[in-house]
Write a protein that binds this ligand. Structure first.
Ligand SMILES: Cc1ncc(C[n+]2csc(CCOP(=O)(O)OP(=O)(O)O)c2C)c(N)n1
Length: 278
């Protein structure tokens, strides 16, 4: 049976910032460890790697991970990441974002990053809710579930993050669940290894601000629920709305934005030099 890679986590963390502010049992800790295992295996050069996050519980990643980091305004990590990638196209840039951060206030940036197919990796931690601010409804809150802003149940249909990403043009799209750390490791590693816009949606547990309102107040119960609500079968997912896991799109041939841009700059400069010489 395969097992989790053994890694010295502390060498990737700003240990003086620990313990984390996350609630006991929060999926964010498991996801951060999974990201560390992926970083450890891929050995991306630290000087060329940046981690950017917005506001939210998920926003803490840029505080804890000992890389070049940016902690930016709510909903805007992809905008900052895009600027960073264009200024430094060789850099490996990882954005960690909540479902509120990337699908609600940052939804526009999400769609356009997909459309441009810019070489960034976006890890969306989908915990069904605005965790940090108390559990308000987000674009991925399950229909009929309760929250402080929908005490009688949410009447809003949810976004399927991965379908939106594929429709908008992302070249790598995958989904995993915090209940399956080995699968999570695999998806994050694959996303980081892709050249182009890669989206890794991680279904995660906010048992405190979503679970307590929906009969999953214990972390273990909600993690089990998420596992039960996930499937590797497209048919099953279509039939009863379960979260479809796995790599849903992987296309290395699609044009990447920064590369195309700098190729154009080179071509225009060559043309201008030719004109000058003539
Ligand atoms: C412009 C702006 N609007 C609203 C807020 C308040 N706010 C902070 S975090 C957050 C939602 C966080 O939810 P999500 O992105 O899903 O992340 P999570 O906390 O669940 O990881 C909101 C609404 C803010 N900080 N800035």
């Amino acid at each position: 049976m395969s097992k989790l890679a053994e890694v010295d986590y502390n060498q990737y963390l700003r240990v003086h910032k620990l313990p984390t502010t996350w609630c006991a049992g929060c999926g964010d800790g498991a996801i951060m460890k999974s990201l560390i295992r992926a970083l450890d295996e891929l050995q991306l050069p630290r000087d060329e790697t940046a981690i950017i996050s917005g506001i939210g519980c998920s926003g803490r990643f840029s505080g804890y991970l000992d890389y070049n980091t940016l902690h930016v305004t709510h909903g805007r990590p992809l905008a900052f990441a895009t600027g960073m990638k264009m200024a430094h196209p060789k850099g490996k840039i990882i954005v960690v974002s909540g479902d509120g951060d990337s699908l609600a206030i940052g939804g526009n940036h999400f769609i356009h990053a997909c459309r441009r197919n810019i070489d960034l990796t976006l890890i969306i931690i989908n915990n069904y809710t605005y965790g940090l601010t108390g559990g308000q409804v987000s674009p991925s809150t399950p229909l009929d579930s309760s929250s402080p802003t929908a005490p009688y149940g949410s009447i809003e249909p949810t976004f399927d993050t991965c379908k939106v990403a594929m429709a908008a043009g992302a070249s790598f799209v995958s989904r995993t669940v915090v209940a399956s750390p080995l699968h999570m490791d695999k998806m994050i590693k694959a996303g980081l290894s892709h050249s182009g816009f890669s989206v890794v949606e991680v279904m995660s547990n906010c048992h405190i601000n979503w679970g307590r309102k929906n009969e999953y107040a214990a972390a273990a119960d909600l993690i089990k629920h998420l596992k039960d609500r996930s499937t590797f079968s497209a048919e099953e997912s279509e039939a009863d709305g379960k979260h479809l896991l796995g790599i849903l799109r992987q296309d290395a041939e699609m044009k990447e934005y920064a590369t195309t841009y700098y190729q154009m700059v080179e071509a225009v400069q060559a043309k201008m030099a030719e004109k000058k010489g003539a």
